[in-house]
Design a protein around this ligand. Structure first.
Ligand code: GTP
Ligand code: MG
Length: 330
């Protein structure tokens, strides 16, 4: 590893490591090449970055070709990490600023509207759990990019971004009307039996710019919004509420994190697996390796809420958050 790599380079490299798509990897590699200190000690690393860029470019081109025409759906963002949170909001409300603060993605923030033109993912961390945030182009009362609904459909959580220094009721109206028109919001009580219930995504309202908001704005918004949304107030300028935002996303995703341990070895405490709450030891085995899982024999658990450290657990043992699990295969 060449010495003298700068924090900017490390940030771009972290972005590359957490990138979910080839397109995002390519953007991160371009950034790595742009910021890498140019001296003799980094020459082979620069060459290596260029090699990786050509390989990814080739993969993007061949993968996207259909009958000779390249087809890339920029609105399709493959899910990655413990869950995907897609941000939606009117122009200039602070969507890209949230990614800029909480992820390594190099998004464009500006004080004029329509800065963001296509969705861009980045990885946020809650404790040791990576959670994917997706920035999107803005919507207005008259316009929304036609592909946006595809981005939203794959979301585990939709985050409605409301700028507290603007007209909050208009923003809420525009966002909920758009989401409702695509059946993406949980139905109001009167519509409980509606057949689209399964299409709706859990929704969180993120009220931004709390540092410059007139007092009481969020309370007015809550009082005048008929839906029982979960609200979080943040400022990307002061960082107020950002930790809480990450925690709420983790809680709403309702996943457990599990540290895997090989027999006779220390557990891997760096990269937990995340599974839906209620998942069992066998689900974990399948999650780790579908083929190996067929030969699953037994398991032991540590830091479990229900058994002693190192105790054998049955295949239907329900996993709890932060458990260490050792799997044995035949
Ligand atoms: N005071 C204050 N300004 C903020 C905050 N968050 C964002 N801004 C500013 O608001 C402006 C718009 O921010 P962006 O993050 O680009 O907004 P966006 O929603 O991504 O905008 P579009 O891409 O046009 O939809 C920029 O000038 C930011 O610096 C905040 O918490 N407090
Ligand atoms: Mg933006």
């Amino acid at each position: 590893m060449p010495a003298n790599l700068t924090p900017d380079y490390k940030k771009a490299e972290d972005w590359y490591r957490s990138a979910a798509t080839d397109e995002e990897k390519l953007s991160a590699l371009e950034e790595m090449l742009r910021v890498i200190p140019k001296h003799k000690g980094t020459e082979s690393l620069q060459a290596d970055i260029k090699r990786r860029m050509s390989k990814i470019k080739a993969a993007i081109e061949s993968g996207g070709k259909k009958g000779g025409v390249k087809h890339v759906d920029v609105f399709h963002i493959p899910r990655s990490g413990a869950g995907q949170i897609v941000l939606i909001g009117m122009p200039n409300t602070g969507k890209s600023s949230i990614l800029a603060e909480l992820t390594n993605a190099q998004v464009h923030v500006a004080d004029y509207p329509f800065t963001t033109e296509k969705p861009l993912p980045g990885m946020m961390k809650f404790e040791d759990v990576p959670i994917q945030l997706v920035d999107t182009p803005p919507i207005t009362a008259d316009f929304a990019p036609s592909g946006l609904v595809n981005t939203l459909r794959s979301a585990d959580i939709i985050a409605i971004i409301i700028d507290l220094s603007g007209d909050v009721l208009e923003q809420m109206e525009v966002c909920t009307t758009y989401l409702d028109s695509h059946k993406l919001l949980p139905p109001l009580d009167a519509q409980k039996d509606a057949e689209w219930v399964h299409l709706a995504r859990p929704t969180l309202v993120v009220a931004t710019k709390s540092d410059i908001a007139p007092a009481g704005t969020l309370d007015t918004l809550k009082d005048l919004t008929p839906r029982p949304f979960d609200y979080i107030e943040i400022s990307t300028k002061t960082a107020a509420g950002l930790d809480f935002f990450a925690r709420r996303c983790f809680e709403i995703l309702d996943v457990v994190r599990i540290y895997a341990k090989k027999p006779g070895k220390e557990p891997d405490m760096k990269e937990p697996f995340t599974l839906p709450r209620g998942a069992t030891v066998v689900d974990l085995a399948y999650h780790i390796h579908r083929q190996l899982a067929e030969n699953f024999k037994s398991a032991r658990a540590w830091h479990s809420a229900t058994v002693h450290d190192g105790q054998s657990v049955p295949r239907d043992h329900e996993l709890t958050d932060k458990e260490i699990i050792e799997l044995h295969f035949g």
